[in-house]
Design a protein around this ligand. Structure first.
Ligand SMILES: *[C@@H]1O[C@H](CO)[C@@H](O)[C@H](O)[C@H]1NC(C)=O
Ligand SMILES: *[C@@H]1O[C@H](CO)[C@@H](O)[C@H](O)[C@H]1NC(C)=O
Ligand SMILES: *[C@@H]1O[C@H](CO)[C@@H](O)[C@H](O)[C@H]1NC(C)=O
Ligand SMILES: *[C@@H]1O[C@H](CO)[C@@H](O)[C@H](O)[C@H]1NC(C)=O
Length: 485
């Protein structure tokens, strides 16, 4: 009920609603817009041009200069063929060159020219390209390429990428430098088909790149490769070498990496990886993977869901992910969090020793659902040497069905009549032969007697009494949780 007394509160409420709706509206627009925002006037202009050329009996010719002040560049205006029949590489490159006249002298990060939010619109077409789409100059930023499909031609150079955010694309492999090539480049609403020849997107030495709503398939090498730079956000996207919906007869042959992250501070959020040998390969610090569903190549067939390959400096958070028959492998994990994730079909986590270091690892509150093959939820791969430096490792509170629980803390009770009670934790503790903390209590109806913790070795706990009694001992142990609670 609106107050009867004064118009004041009602007005305020109304004002509040207007503000709320306009903010909500703007957000919704940005969120949904793969579409460029074209003014009514421009649409009219374009139709008039089209009508004029049709009535003159000629096909619409490419318009190479923009007659309005719009910064939306339509590749079809530059001669690109949206049917995908003829090569559009040069036309797309012309559209990019037009967009690369900065509208001002402003810059983003020091030295990075601001393109003012220019858009390259693919106009909902499919374009055949015979060489990588590269940006005409760097360092530049504030540009969006969106809304259409790119297909690598049969002579597309192997080893390259359909879109390369890379200042020296001719180099076989980039040398890492400290300067940035690009900032705030958005690639949105794109389907990229690498034709089993190329990779999808290369992002090298760039800042704040957004890859949003993309569908990247048929890559020979990587779907997305991020090298150096930071804050590349890969979100709401689908990647697969082969287009499949699971149980693919060719799954054993899947190769390549869907995402290769060789840089820091990136985020992969709400992404599905449906075929590739490795779903996400991470060799950089402070990356976060969240909402990632990997069913790229079953671990039973030699695949890996997420491979963390930065021994001794992992610093990775994997939260709320879905590892679907694909495992996580981490080499010498140092500061790794795996939490709130779902592991299906014997998918597990393998901690792989390189230099024997494991520190600051938390694997907690996950769900593991296996196939009754006795697979450990967390396994140690010590083929290259045992883990020797192990500290602050917490593997606990996981929900496990049809797999073998491994944990760094455990409790058990043992009933007996005698002077010695041995509780064996070796079947559940993760680290062999290591118990740092023991607590026990002893319950008996047989009067008072002396008892003590006598031996902790081989992950077994021995409690002895000075006289034979019928008693139950309750024991809690933890391995190497260090200062972590
Ligand atoms: C950029 O700066 C130069 C030199 O100061 C000036 O001549 C030019 O007009 C400026 N361009 C724009 C787009 O502001
Ligand atoms: C996998 O690749 C091998 C070698 O190229 C080939 O012989 C085999 O038929 C392929 N398997 C499937 C299921 O595609
Ligand atoms: C415990 O063992 C002793 C001797 O071995 C026996 O006399 C006693 O009855 C046993 N107590 C119970 C509760 O089984
Ligand atoms: C503890 O038990 C192990 C295995 O039975 C044994 O080798 C070791 O000598 C025992 N240690 C002590 C202090 O009794």
């Amino acid at each position: 009920m609106v107050e009867k007394g004064g118009g004041g509160p009602a007005h305020l409420l109304l004002l509040g609603l207007i503000v709320f709706f306009s903010i909500g509206g703007a957000k919704a627009h940005r969120r949904l817009s793969g579409e460029p925002r074209r003014s009514h006037r421009q649409v009219l202009l374009r139709s008039e041009r089209l009508l004029a050329s049709i009535s003159a009996g000629a096909a619409p010719s490419p318009i190479l200069t923009s007659s309005s002040s719009s910064r939306v560049y339509h590749v079809t205006d530059y001669g690109a063929d949206p049917s995908g029949k003829t090569d559009s590489t040069a036309a797309i490159s012309r559209a990019l060159s037009a967009a690369f006249t900065p509208p001002s002298n402003r810059s983003l990060f020091a030295g990075i020219a601001d393109l003012g939010g220019a858009e390259i619109s693919l106009d909902g077409g499919s374009y055949l390209i015979s060489s990588p789409i590269t940006l005409p100059s760097s360092p530049t930023g504030n540009l969006k390429i969106h809304s259409g499909s790119l297909l690598a031609s049969d002579d597309f150079p192997t080893g390259r990428y359909l879109i390369e955010l890379w200042s020296s694309p001719t180099a076989a492999s980039p040398t890492s430098t400290s300067s940035y090539n690009y900032e705030y480049i958005t690639l949105a609403g794109l389907m990229l088909d690498a034709n089993y020849r190329a990779g999808g997107i290369a992002v090298v030495d760039s800042l704040r790149t957004l890859i949003d709503g993309c569908y990247i398939v048929h890559f020979a090498t990587d779907g997305i490769w991020v090298q150096d730079g930071h804050e590349t956000f890969i979100t709401d996207s689908f990647l697969g070498q082969h287009i499949t919906a699971g149980n693919d007869p060719g799954e054993r042959n899947f190769s390549g990496n869907a995402i290769r992250l060789i840089g820091n501070d990136n985020a992969v959020t709400d992404v599905v990886i449906f075929s590739a040998a490795i779903g996400i390969l991470v060799a950089g610090q402070a990356n976060i993977l969240t909402g990632v569903h990997c069913y790229n190549k079953a671990t039973g067939f030699g695949g890996t869901g997420i491979y963390l390959k930065l021994p001794g400096l992992t610093q990775t958070r994997i939260v709320n992910c879905y590892l679907d028959y694909t495992s996580i492998v981490s080499e010498d994990p140092v500061q790794l969090l795996v939490s709130g994730s779902f592991f299906l079909g014997d998918a597990n986590i393998v901690l792989k020793s390189v230099n024997g270091v494991m520190r600051g690892v938390a694997i907690v509150d996950n769900i593991f659902a296996g196939n009754g093959n006795g697979v450990d939820i967390v396994g140690l791969d010590e083929t290259a040497g045992a883990f020797r430096t192990v500290d602050q490792v917490v593997v606990e509170r996981n929900s496990v069905d049809e797999m073998t629980v491994r944990s760094t803390a455990a409790r058990a009770a043992k009933e007996g009549n005698g002077t010695s009670w041995t509780v064996d934790f070796s079947g559940v503790l993760l680290i062999p032969n290591r118990i740092d903390q023991v607590q026990y209590s002893i319950q008996t109806g047989s009067g008072y007697f002396n008892h003590a913790l006598r031996n902790v070795s081989g992950n077994q706990v021995v409690i002895e009494s000075d006289k034979a009694v019928q008693a139950t001992v309750f024991v809690e142990v933890s391995q190497c949780e260090g200062s972590m609670a």
